[in-house]
Design a protein around this ligand. Sequence first.
Ligand code: 3PG
Length: 237
Amino acid sequence: MDPSPIARRVTGATMTNESSLKSLSPASDVIAAMGKVRVVPVLTIEDAESAPNLVSALVAGGLRVVEVTLRTPAALQAIQRAANEVADAVVGAGSVTSSSAVGIAIDAGAQFIVSPGLDEGVITACLDRGVAVIPGIATASELLHAIALGVDVVKLFPAEVVGGPAMISALSAVWPDVRFMPTGGISATNARNYFTLPQVLAVGGSWMVSSSAVGTGDWASITASAVTALELTRELP
Ligand code: 3PG
């Protein structure tokens, strides 16, 4: 998967191979890692104690970029523990809806920020910290605004509700350089519809993380689900 245009602008060069990743800025590294894996688990963690095991299980299955939503009291500690204790993981914060939450999440160890909507304060706070930001958009006007703010990787949210793959294709006809991380209502049954689109950097979703498996500590089944999710990105038509 090609890096996003914003990643190329940050580095001043087109990234062509694995070794070139090493010289990229952190924000570009994160975007490149997402584009390589193409599946970003969206985790809502109730117990921070489970975070290292959960994220390790996903990494073992090949999903090393994870988004932890700021929807639970445990979220920040979960980010901190996963970021500190799982060596290969790239941990970001999701459901970030204010600029103050940006700083708190980054201080906890978040390497990227995802927002369900488009907020100038959130974007500016991320750009000021040099951290990758993926704001949510659901309309052409919001995408236009995001681009004006310097963003060209966006989250289509909630993807299945606002038009899904057809919406991405329609927006891409106007803005071919934008890359999308669709999230919301995506599962093993419809994910391939997104992976076939070259404008889709990665697909986000919670479908590969069963809450009962997390509850019982069945990490092997989480790893197996991660492998299955990753297989959806292979052998595309
Ligand atoms: C999100 O926060 O992006 C979504 O809630 C994840 O959507 P899903 O649970 O439908 O995958």
